[in-house]
Design a protein around this ligand. Structure first.
Ligand code: FAD
Ligand code: MG
Length: 336
């Protein structure tokens, strides 16, 4: 596996795309068709991306948005005032009391790290900051900077204690929950809507889809999986779900073109410190919990098809579609 992406993430057709267009694909990653006249959609900018909730007019969506803002304030690494940033600021200083949300999200992230042999790594905060992908000034770091960041990215240095406490043993380690946070939030939003007695809703958090029940017409929701680098609304596959989540991690969501024309994306290989090159353009996971789908999609992307399929065997009920660099699809537990 080479450390550097070839132009267009291995797909020459992408060379002519502007960064703006490629970044915009984050929102277009999954298009949704539901024929849902009875669902009212509201949208907000949360988690650094466009999020929407489609729910019946009588749903208390405002309380869900309020809760999502709380989770953004807690789990985000971009906001220096977030609870996570404050925890990172106390790395190496012993046990820290955190909210139940942050404790649970870190717990899920550590479980995914363990299950994936570290391919999913919530301790990559320094590396994520260094590359700055998705921000205003992304750049290819110096090798010495990458080596230094990798030297402080051992997720085993994050420990969970009782009563919602966490300690970071390495004073220079920074936790990043970008690969699981939106899924965690989607599960919480769906749970809140279900508790209100809502039996049909569709959540789209920057391409991270979660559904409550079926469409109002009783049919399953149909989720189109964007064909990587193709025109908007060209679907590679369409999956049908009810009460489940569909999450995609791909090279075309957040990326930038380096001075040499090489395209660098945001899913990092914790071994090399560079964007993961695993022969894939995207991985879509379908399953009951959005946080698990989110974690698995990132982990499987880093692992590639063969090791990704082995990981999925430990997660009964979760299905997948791997899109290879040539655009062909490898399904797992699902007919396409
Ligand atoms: P995923 O594959 O799910 O995750 C990729 C992201 O996870 C990377 O961007 C990086 O942050 C991290 N990562 C990279 N490699 C690995 C790895 N091997 N293992 C584990 N994690 C890895 N973006 C903004 O621009 N501004 C914001 O203010 C902002 N706030 C956010 C607040 C919250 C609570 C969350 C959850 C996200 C926020 N984001 C923000 C977006 C975030 O930085 C990521 O871009 C986004 O979550 C990526 O999600 P994804 O589904 O596209 O990709
Ligand atoms: Mg993810």
């Amino acid at each position: 596996m080479s450390d550097k992406l070839s132009p267009g993430c291995g797909k020459p057709a992408v060379r002519g795309y502007s960064i703006l267009l490629v970044s915009f694909a984050l929102i277009l990653i999954l298009a949704v068709s539901c024929g849902d006249e009875k669902l009212v959609q509201s949208s907000r900018l949360v988690f650094g991306t466009s999020c929407s909730i489609s729910a019946p007019a009588d749903a208390d969506v405002e309380s869900v948005w309020k809760r999502l803002a709380e989770l953004d304030d807690s789990l985000g690494a971009h906001n220096l005032d977030s609870e996570l940033s404050r925890l990172n600021g106390r790395a190496g200083q012993g046990w820290v009391n955190v909210s139940e949300d942050l404790h649970r999200a870190i717990e899920l992230a550590l479980e995914m790290a363990e299950a994936s042999g570290g391919a999913f790594n919530p301790a990559l905060g320094n590396l994520v900051e260094l590359w700055g992908i998705g921000g205003e000034n992304p750049k290819v770091p110096e090798q010495a900077q990458i080596d230094r960041a990798l030297g402080h990215s051992d997720w085993k240095n994050i420990e969970l204690g009782p009563d919602d406490t966490v300690r970071i043993l390495d004073p220079e380690l920074k936790i990043d929950l970008g690969a699981i946070g939106k899924g965690f939030a989607a599960d919480e939003a769906a749970r809140m809507l279900a508790e209100q007695g809502i039996d049909s809703a569709l959540l789209n958090f920057g391409g991270n889809i979660m559904t409550v029940g079926r469409r109002p017409d009783g049919k399953m929701f149909r989720i189109g999986i964007q064909a990587p680098f193709e025109q908007r609304n060209s679907y590679n596959q369409v999956v049908r779900i009810a009460g489940e989540s569909v999450v995609t991690s791909g090279v075309y969501e957040r990326c930038f073109t380096g001075e040499d024309g090489t395209l660098y994306h945001h899913i990092l290989n914790p071994d090399t410190g560079y964007p993961a090159l695993s022969g894939l353009l995207s991985v879509t996971i379908i399953g009951p919990e959005s946080a698990i789908c989110d974690g698995l999609s990132t982990a499987c992307f880093v692992l590639g098809v063969e090791r990704g399929l082995a990981l999925l065997e430990g997660f009964p009920g979760y299905r997948a579609i791997f899109i290879l660099e040539d655009g062909s699809a490898v399904p797992y537990g699902i007919s396409i």
